[in-house]
Design a protein. Structure first.
Length: 233
């Protein structure tokens, strides 16, 4: 067994590689960078928008092919250029196919998932997409939404972003205030209603009317935790 030695020369320069190899690395990097920019430009604006799962996989392959050629001396430039050319052609071809065929588009790019319907969270969809309540709330707060009663529909897009359709001002209803449970101002109730009014389910946002002193019922989603609903307007 070869004895290991802590050799700074090998660590920084590698074995049997002269210092002039740095010039080759610079040349390789410049060529691959410019060629990659050219291919991305050819893909058009659609190719550089937020990525779907399929496009994300292609970008990983593209990055690996470009990176290896930049600093591995035994990988020829033309081989790397061939790889990223094929990947780019595949991307373009699938873009054309998905544009013309709805079924293939659904397979390759997925479809939007409805996360909120008329002010209520779709817990089943959230579980399927492995989305936590706090993640959804964070996105909604980024859209300047204060409570769920403002939201008509919200969709998790294939790109991973959340798109929101708000109610018009006249149709906004009472809803669950979008504050984390860890907020010191958050107050939850699971027994009797402290006052008469509207209460929102903490888990799904369902809103019910309850009289003071009456026992808070179990929500249709199975939750027993309620909080006072935010006003619709």
């Amino acid at each position: 067994m070869e004895q290991y030695t802590f050799d700074l020369k090998n660590i920084f320069l590698g074995k049997d590689l002269p210092p002039l190899f740095f010039l080759e690395i610079i040349f390789r990097t410049v060529v691959m960078y410019l060629y990659t920019l050219f291919l991305i430009r050819m893909l058009g604006k659609r190719g550089v928008r937020q990525l779907t799962f399929f496009e994300f996989a292609l970008i990983i392959a593209l990055g690996s092919a470009v990176g290896d050629v930049m600093f591995y001396p035994d990988v020829p430039l033309l081989h790397g250029m061939a790889v990223i050319t094929v990947v780019s052609i595949m991307q373009y071809a699938f873009s054309v196919i998905t544009e013309k065929n709805r079924k293939i588009e659904r397979v390759l790019e997925s479809v939007p998932t409805r996360m909120i319907c008329d002010g209520k969270l779709d817990l089943e969809a959230m579980h399927k997409e492995r989305m936590s309540q706090n993640e959804v709330y964070s996105w909604l707060r980024d859209h300047d939404i204060n409570h769920l009663g403002e939201v008509h529909r919200a969709y998790l897009e294939p790109s991973g972003s959340l798109s929101v359709i708000k109610f018009s001002k006249k149709k906004i209803r009472p809803g669950l205030l979008l504050i984390p449970r860890e907020d010191p101002d958050f107050t939850a109730y699971d027994q009797d209603a402290p006052e008469s009014g509207l209460y929102a389910c903490w888990d799904c946002g369902n809103v019910i009317e309850q009289e003071q002193g009456k026992r808070l019922e179990t929500c249709e989603c199975g939750s027993k935790v309620w909080t006072i609903a935010a006003e619709g307007d």
